[in-house]
Design a binder for this molecule. Structure first.
Ligand code: NAD
Length: 356
């Protein structure tokens, strides 16, 4: 992205332009809240806190991530829309508490159309500060005790269910025991996923830039380590990308040997055409935002006061949602990514051509 980003052209192309800006000279706050859709309920999505070279990049991030949240929540059948906030980290010294309080006022001004949550660069303590000025915030310490405050555990559970759906579809059984699963990135989500899969008897291969994280998986789960380059081409049953986005590309797809791809990483397809490239190679792709929805389900259900057992039950539904998409993809002869997007748009009552 560069400083020639045309907000209005992008908004027209994406068919949404509900974007709010706030500048507070007193605290140095420069923030953006993008609300993609509220047809199913108030928009919910995390608040990013990071430095940007160009403010246009921050706007673009808020808008594309808000749209992704709409699709994710719709397919998880949550009564929520999609929104996202970005706080641009000031280049000059600043008071984080005052900045976050000011952001809380900004959220409050939208009167509940947007509910904020943790994301890259924000944490539970930040949400507690925001809560001083608005009720439209989740992931605060008030929710501690009703399951862990870190959503990674339920994200990993949802990804495991997505993997099982892929196994069921391809092998006719969801059992992971004896299956070879390769995990790219064993950070917060990847590590917990490795732990669950190893308990169920999977054979694991892992890679990570962080050698310590790899060693932990080798020692604790008997995983095999492989290099960052090898993982995408590994002969295995499931490739589970849990690190980076845009790893499924025109160049990487022809080299993939796994019949199933199912992982947590956001935006795995570099372009929408890569969904068709995977389908053309008969590689089963469990769309990322379908199977990594455990975190948003966790956050949304906590906000609604649901207990942890109910939250787990809901995350386990990701198995059926994924299997339904895989079956529909076969029936309609369309890439799973297209089927998922179309289903989400239908649930959101956004017409972009009905499934046929
Ligand atoms: P994390 O930062 O804790 O872990 C990512 C890991 O990937 C790190 O250990 C990092 O060293 C490793 N990594 C980075 N580049 C790599 C590379 N080229 N090859 C291999 N490993 C590499 O992040 P996380 O919270 O575990 O999230 C992982 C992915 O899942 C991200 O794309 C994130 O957006 C997505 N996601 C996370 C959640 C959640 O609840 N945490 C929810 C939905 C989606």
């Amino acid at each position: 992205m560069s400083n020639d980003f045309d907000l209005f052209a992008y908004a027209m192309e994406q068919k949404f332009g509900d974007v709010h800006f706030k500048v507070d000279p007193k605290t140095g706050l420069k923030a953006i809240i993008a609300i993609h859709n509220t047809n199913l309920g108030p928009s919910l999505g995390g608040c990013r806190f990071k430095a940007y070279n160009h403010y246009q990049d921050a706007v673009f991030d808020a808008m594309r991530l808000a749209r992704g949240m709409s699709l994710k929540s719709a397919l998880a059948d949550l009564p929520l829309g999609g929104g996202k906030a970005v706080i641009i980290e000031p280049s000059k010294p600043y008071n984080r508490i005052e900045l976050l309080k000011s952001f809380g006022k900004f959220v409050n001004e939208l009167k509940g159309r947007y509910i904020t949550a943790v994301d890259v660069g924000t944490n539970v303590a930040d949400m507690d500060i925001i809560y001083q000025n608005t009720l439209y915030v989740t992931c605060t310490s008030a929710y501690e005790g009703n399951g862990p405050s870190n959503p990674a555990a339920l994200t990993a559970l949802g990804v495991k269910q997505g993997i099982k759906a892929g196994l069921q579809y391809y092998f006719g059984s969801p059992e992971v025991a004896g299956r070879h699963i390769a995990i790219q990135g064993v950070g917060s989500v990847g590590y917990l996923l490795a732990e669950m899969l190893s308990h169920e008897g999977a054979k694991l291969t892992v890679c990570d830039m962080n050698q310590q994280a790899v060693n932990q998986c080798v020692q604790q789960f008997g995983a095999t380590a492989c290099s960052l380059d090898e993982i995408m081409q590994l002969k295995c049953d499931v490739l589970s990308p849990c690190a980076l986005g845009a790893i499924l590309t025109e160049n990487s797809i022809p080299l993939i040997q796994a019949p199933i791809i199912a992982g947590a990483a956001n935006n795995q397809l570099a372009t929408p055409e890569d969904g068709a490239r995977l389908a053309a190679r008969d590689i089963i792709y469990a769309p990322d935002y379908v199977i990594n929805a455990g975190g948003i389900i966790h956050v949304a259900y906590q906000y609604q006061g649901k207990n942890y057992d109910r939250i787990i039950e809901k995350v386990n539904d990701i198995y059926h949602t994924t299997l339904n998409i895989l079956n529909k993809s076969k029936e309609l002869k369309k890439p799973t990514s297209d089927v998922a997007e179309q289903l989400a748009l239908e649930k959101l009552c956004i017409e972009e051509g009905a499934l046929s």
